[in-house]
Ligand binder design. Structure first.
Ligand SMILES: Nc1nc2c(ncn2[C@@H]2O[C@H](COP(=O)(O)OP(=O)(O)OP(=O)(O)O)[C@@H](O)[C@H]2O)c(=O)[nH]1
Ligand SMILES: *[C@@H]1O[C@H](CO)[C@@H](O)[C@H](O)[C@H]1NC(C)=O
Ligand SMILES: *[C@@H]1O[C@H](CO)[C@@H](O)[C@H](O)[C@H]1NC(C)=O
Length: 420
């Protein structure tokens, strides 16, 4: 059965069993069908945009497993870790467990890697009357202890003593436990993990600290396929597009930014024009401390914006920022009234449904469609916007720019061009 059909059948059968609440099985030793399930999670201190990068490494792994001839390997589904307690998002007492569908188009992800949401997996277990989930194998990834001293960076993996006692709580759920936890010292691309998966038969397998595994090949066509499959959820795109139309005179037809409905039909292009506005991603908060040598003060940002607006003969600037309102006002005041300064203000509906994560994505989308983009040096938030602009087909000159600390300290960011 192909995955889409499987998920449809799953949705139907779950509907059929609702209301029926007798639980007589305890564990999830024998999950449905012949699928194997690959769970993963990332170091809690990593932000949303780095997690998106870790997903790409896992997605390339899942894609290669799916295309393998080995029946023990090609039956894997990748389970998407719900978003909870993210760094930089307002803290809530309860873990939020936000599913990926809130931010991304799952159908689109599935055209690259076979993925399933954790709640869908739960539904599957419930249908079989399981009341908790005991993972067969958990591997906590860790770096080889001597790697940096010895300078030996060869690709290898080895089950070793845990460098830290492993935590036994997964995805902040009390009903997921593990029968077997091992620590896996690892150096290499995520796809190297297939060597380990080949040797074992466990049906449910979890990778903790998945960010230890690296990209298979950074920046190749497969990398970009994984990236292109990460289309945002339809409603978020609509909110951003409405803002472009209403405030920024920007729409896909005029901006030459129309993409085919299916990312697999995208073709190389460099003729995107973008809406008649400059977009600036101004990362502040912890960057003021951590990256003090790179982040300019607000008056300086205003100067750089004015200069660029004059050069481009544009009147509108869109600001995406994590700064407190008062800093945005200060920037706004420092800019001449002949410019129109815009910031996205979420409606009550968007705020309560999508929270900080969704609002950040809307900011990213609006930045992606600008005539010219200036980001913040070293920010993964800015990197993701640059990638989006590569997909939309902008000339690289309009994309790979960052705010300068000052006139004498002004670096050019690395240019990572799209490859098909
Ligand atoms: N709405 C909005 N939120 C932002 C903006 N910049 C940063 N943020 C918030 O701050 C968080 C930190 O940025 P991330 O890029 O996700 O975190 P990170 O992976 O640690 O990356 P860095 O930017 O490199 O710190 C984001 O997830 C957003 O919640 C912005 O321009 N608009
Ligand atoms: C585990 O607990 C969560 C939250 O309480 C629930 O939604 C989920 O269905 C449970 N999973 C199983 C397999 O019972
Ligand atoms: C520019 O910034 C760098 C790094 O923060 C600093 O060392 C230097 O003194 C600054 N130069 C001027 C002219 O402000």
């Amino acid at each position: 059965m192909d995955l889409i059909k499987f998920l449809i059948v799953l949705a139907i059968s779950v509907t059929l069993v609702t209301g029926e609440d007798v639980c007589y099985k305890e564990t999830c030793q024998k999950p449905a069908n012949n699928y194997r399930f690959l769970f993963y999670d990332v170091n809690p201190s990593e932000g949303f945009n780095l997690r998106r990068d870790v997903y790409m490494r896992m997605a390339v792994l899942a894609n290669k497993l799916k295309n393998s001839q080995d029946p023990n390997l090609n039956s894997f589904l990748l389970v998407l870790p719900p978003w909870s307690h993210l760094m930089h998002w307002p803290y809530s007492e309860e873990p939020e467990h936000i599913p990926w569908s809130m931010f991304f188009d799952i159908n689109s992800l599935n055209k690259f890697a076979p993925v399933i949401e954790l709640h869908q997996y739960f539904a599957l277990l419930k249908k079989q009357k399981y009341t908790k989930c005991i993972l067969d194998e958990v591997y906590v990834l860790q770096h080889f202890e001597d790697m940096f001293e010895s300078g030996n960076f060869e690709e290898k993996w080895l089950i070793e003593k845990c460098q830290k006692p492993p935590k036994m709580k997964f995805f902040y759920y009390a009903n997921i436990t593990a029968s077997n936890v091992k620590c896996l010292s690892f150096h290499g691309p995520a796809t190297k993990l297939a060597e380990l998966f080949k040797l074992e038969k466990s049906r449910t397998l979890m990778l903790e600290r998945a960010e230890v595994a690296l990209h298979d090949t950074f920046g190749n066509d497969l990398y970009w396929k994984a990236r292109r499959s990460m289309r945002f959820n339809r409603e978020l795109r609509k909110v951003a597009n409405d803002f472009r139309i209403m405030k920024l005179d920007s729409n896909d037809e005029d901006d030459l930014t129309t993409l085919p409905p299916d990312w697999r039909d995208e073709k190389p292009k460099r003729n995107a024009k973008g809406g008649p506005y400059l977009a600036v991603h101004m990362r502040r908060r912890d960057f003021l401390r951590g990256r003090a040598d790179k982040v300019p003060d607000l008056l300086n940002v205003a100067k750089q914006i004015s200069k660029k607006l004059n050069e481009l003969k544009l009147a509108k600037v869109f600001i995406a920022t994590d700064a407190p309102r008062i800093e945005f006002e200060e920037l706004n005041k420092a800019l001449s009234p002949k410019y129109e300064v815009y910031k996205y203000q979420a409606s009550k509906h968007v705020e309560s449904k999508y929270s900080a994560g969704g609002i950040a994505i809307i900011d990213q989308i609006i930045c992606s469609y600008a005539r010219y983009f200036i980001g913040t040096s070293d920010s993964t938030f800015s990197f993701r916007i640059q990638e989006e602009r590569e997909i939309l087909g902008f000339p690289t000159k309009s994309t790979f720019n960052v705010l300068c600390k000052n006139n004498t300290n002004c670096e050019k960011p690395s240019v990572w061009k799209i490859v098909y």
